[in-house]
Ligand binder design. Structure first.
Ligand code: ADP
Length: 383
């Protein structure tokens, strides 16, 4: 039988907090999400208190995990810095997260070298065994970011790389649909989630853990702690590249994510229209702000290719992303046509690189993959 929210609360009542009252009485708990044996919540305290609360976080997580019917427990420590308060020094031994004034969450530095607390890099830690984490991002939804991320991961696989795919699009995880995977990940002996295997990729999605509509109502701090766990509490093994399908947009959540994930580069997906390009420009500015190199821009739905006669129409005014890339001084990685078979194969769980490996579309994704591999070759070779 699955655990209930009340059972979780009853367990948390037995844990004492540094405030001298039970954890449930300390006004620090976020909403508790319980879904099919997966329990998620955060403990929100002030930055200066974070160290004192780490043991409580660990105790709460262990207690909830020990409950019958719990398969995964994810408890994040988030610390809010009050407006005007001095930034707290990084905690080198306290895993958890601090929430920035903008509402985003930054991990309290754990297992990483001391750096300036103002450096965005001070919040990042590499993922052991993973040579390069790259983000696939877009300024807005619906431009084909997830479709491109999956096919690009497959294109990189075709080049002989060991590739993982992390669906961090917490507002609408689409990797389960794109890959036809709907199983829940198992835990290994170290209680890390084992990524699902499909098409030679190691795959993890927030959609494997919660239902799509549940994911959409998550609060900001929950989002960041969930993504951190998807990165770090997953047995990724040895990978050359981990492709992260980012949530769309350039708001606080995305900025925080870009700051927290140890990215070796970002790829921006845009359609050719002006409006999409404006969003793409924001995306570029966001990554530059956190010193993440932009590996390039991909123009998706670049032109319409008729599935019947093969004729081409530039319905969105084709070429905008190429000009924009030139103007902004970043590589232009390639054009992907708007084609029925890309949509149909994605939506049926057999992306075009898998279902039509010899076709022209697969070739485009591989060519883009090759351009990316070229840019990452130092990192991959070093690993
Ligand atoms: P996003 O991740 O940006 O929200 P998706 O990857 O989910 O976008 O794509 C949105 C829709 O557009 C999906 O139905 C997908 O199959 C379709 N799509 C994406 N790229 C193409 C393309 N190049 N040609 C045809 N359909 C596409």
């Amino acid at each position: 039988m699955s655990v209930t929210q009340q059972q979780v609360l009853d367990t948390l009542k037995t844990i004492r907090s540094p405030r001298g009252v039970a954890l449930t009485e300390a006004s620090v708990l976020s909403a508790i999400t319980v879904n099919d044996g997966k329990v998620f919540f955060s403990i929100n305290v002030e930055a200066g208190e974070a160290r004192a609360w780490e043991s409580v976080r660990a105790e709460a997580e262990a207690a909830v995990r020990a409950l019958a019917g719990v398969s995964t427990a994810m408890v994040a420590l988030t610390a809010e810095r009050r407006a005007g308060a001095a930034p707290s020094p990084p905690h080198r031994h306290a895993p958890g997260h601090t929430q920035s004034r903008g509402g985003g969450v930054q991990p309290v530095a754990a297992h990483r070298p001391p750096q300036s607390p103002t450096s965005p890099m001070s919040r990042q830690a590499e993922i052991p065994g993973v040579a390069a984490v790259i983000a696939v991002a877009s300024g807005k939804g619906g431009v084909g970011k997830s479709t491109t991320a999956v096919n690009l991961a497959l294109g990189l696989r075709d080049l002989g790389l060991r590739v993982g795919l992390l669906d961090a699009d917490i507002y609408g995880p689409s990797v389960p649909r794109l890959t036809g995977l709907h199983e829940k990940p198992e835990l290994n002996d170290e209680r890390k989630m084992i990524p699902l295997q499909r098409f030679g990729l190691s795959i993890m999605s927030i959609g494997f853990l919660v239902e799509e509509d549940t994911a959409m109502i998550w609060r900001g701090p929950m989002v960041m702690s969930a993504i951190n766990q998807l990165l770090r509490d997953v047995a990724w093994g040895t990978l050359d590249v981990l492709v992260v399908d980012m949530p769309p947009g350039t708001g606080d959540a995305q900025l925080t994510l870009a700051q927290n994930v140890p990215l070796k580069g970002a790829i921006i997906i845009s359609t050719p229209q002006d409006l999409s390009l404006i969003d793409a420009r924001r995306g570029l500015a966001m990554f530059r702000k956190v010193n993440v190199p932009v590996l390039g821009i991909i123009e998706n739905m670049s032109y319409f290719q008729c599935p019947h006669c093969g004729s081409r129409s530039d319905i969105f005014g084709h070429g905008g992303a190429r000009h924009e890339a030139e103007r902004l001084g970043v590589p232009f990685l390639g054009e992907i046509p708007l084609h029925m078979s890309i949509r149909e194969t994605s939506d049926s769980g057999h992306p075009v690189v898998v279902s039509e490996p010899e076709g022209a579309h697969a070739e485009v994704y591989r060519a883009i993959g090759a351009a990316i591999r070229e840019q990452l070759k130092g990192v991959i070779a070093a690993a």
